[in-house]
Design a protein around this ligand. Structure first.
Ligand SMILES: [Zn+2]
Length: 64
């Protein structure tokens, strides 16, 4: 069994091991652990709109 499977986070665009995308009782999530945390923090501070803006800003750094 291979253990070097990786996946790119849809927020920061970085590649992480699949274990980074398994949290909260689910696997294969779209965001890495730290981005998920930051996304939640943005939502707690400014609501859904702030979280969306956070994701858009992060993606703008690597997606063109
Ligand atoms: Zn990420």
């Amino acid at each position: 069994m291979t253990s070097d499977a990786r996946k790119s986070c849809s927020i920061c665009g970085k590649s992480f091991p699949l274990t980074e995308f398994a949290y909260g009782g689910k696997e294969n999530r779209s965001y890495c652990g730290s981005c998920n945390k930051a996304d939640h923090a943005a939502r707690a501070a400014g609501g859904v709109e702030a979280a969306r803006q956070f994701r858009t800003e992060q993606r703008a750094k690597w997606k063109h």
